[in-house]
Design a protein around this ligand. Structure first.
Ligand SMILES: [Zn+2]
Length: 334
């Protein structure tokens, strides 16, 4: 576990936190709606990409300049701010003061502006940015030069993977699923080599089927897509949807030469889970696994699922493979 302190005066700026991979939904834009904290309580992530101002247009930065910042296909603007920002849940931070007058242009709350809007309560050093506005995840982002990470020498607690249902409490498709599918679709497209894909039935087809039908040729022949992960070998599929490591984001490695496409652990756990179970414990004489039929059907949105297009484009634009002409042509169509 780690603890962050002010680089100027040593004031503690966080509770003990565990480093995890930056969630794939970190750059999801939620429109005009309230967004929860990005990070799970007790965790932090380091964002390796340049972040925020100054933003340069594709014409201003040019192809070589963008590639140096990890962007390999045209995007509207490229952030050129500092790399390695430390992202935390606001509730895990301590010892800061918010200067709302330093907010950038926002709607109902505060967003990052030119200068840090969070300062150390001990010495006044600008230590980072608090964002809490419609359409952006609630985050605190400390500048890597403004804080010092102290290792506490204590291992983080074991955290079981909890399946994340695809439907949010309001009855719509969960935005974490939309973003996860956008990122995974980018890697599915790259792994396809431009060939047709045969998806597993059920939820994977609901997630990717419409996009794959629109962007890739119809088979046969097909490359087959399967599910693989701990306890699930994946059979002989050419491409397998696997869980990403919670701490590193690296895909679980299947045996053989199937190409792994990572999904966040909670999304993958739901995909391979047992499916619908009764919310009412069955008792008395009903046999195990028999579902009662006197409760409402599970929620299902009245609109089809689509992977988040912005996450799809962002992920593709940051994959060097997008320079291949066939994939670049697909990117330009999205
Ligand atoms: Zn300080």
């Amino acid at each position: 576990m780690d603890l962050f302190v002010c680089a100027g005066c040593g004031t503690e700026l966080s509770v003990p936190v565990e480093r995890v991979a930056l969630p794939v939904e970190a750059h999801y834009g939620g429109g005009h709606r309230w967004m929860p904290p990005l990070m799970e309580p007790g965790t932090y992530a380091v964002d390796p990409d340049p972040w925020a101002r100054a933003w340069l247009t594709w014409e201003e930065i040019g192809e070589a300049g963008a590639a140096a910042l990890g962007v390999h296909a045209p995007v509207h603007t490229v952030p050129t701010g500092p790399r390695d920002g430390i992202v935390l849940a606001p509730g895990d931070t301590r010892g800061t003061r918010l200067l709302p007058e330093r907010s950038g242009p926002s709607c109902l709350g505060v967003v990052a502006g030119d200068a840090p809007n969070l300062v150390c309560a001990g010495c006044g050093l600008g230590v980072g940015f608090r964002e809490d506005d419609c359409g952006v995840w609630q985050t605190v982002r400390y500048g890597p030069e403004a804080v010092v990470r102290r290792s506490l020498g204590v291992p983080p607690p074991a955290v079981p993977v909890r399946p994340l249902p695809p439907i949010d409490p309001e009855g719509g498709w969960d935005m974490r699923w939309s973003a996860a599918a956008g990122a995974a679709l980018a890697r599915l497209l790259a792994a396809s080599g431009g060939r047709a894909l045969k998806l597993p039935g059920g939820l994977p087809t609901e997630l990717f089927g419409r996009s794959v039908a629109r962007l890739l040729p119809a088979g046969p022949p097909f490359l087959t897509v399967g599910l693989a992960g701990p306890g699930l070998p994946g059979g002989d599929a050419d491409i397998v949807l696997v869980p990403a490591d919670r701490r590193t984001g690296a895909p679980w490695r299947p045996a053989g030469d199937a190409v792994p496409v990572p999904l966040p652990g909670p999304v993958w756990a739901h995909l391979v889970g047992p499916g619908e179970t009764s919310p009412t414990p069955v008792s008395g004489t009903l046999p195990a696994q028999v579902l009662r039929d006197d409760y409402p059907l599970p929620e299902h949105p009245g609109y089809g699922f689509l992977p988040d297009r912005a996450t799809l484009r962002r992920t593709l634009s940051r994959m060097p493979e997008v320079r291949r002409p066939w994939l670049r042509a697909l990117y330009d169509r999205i």
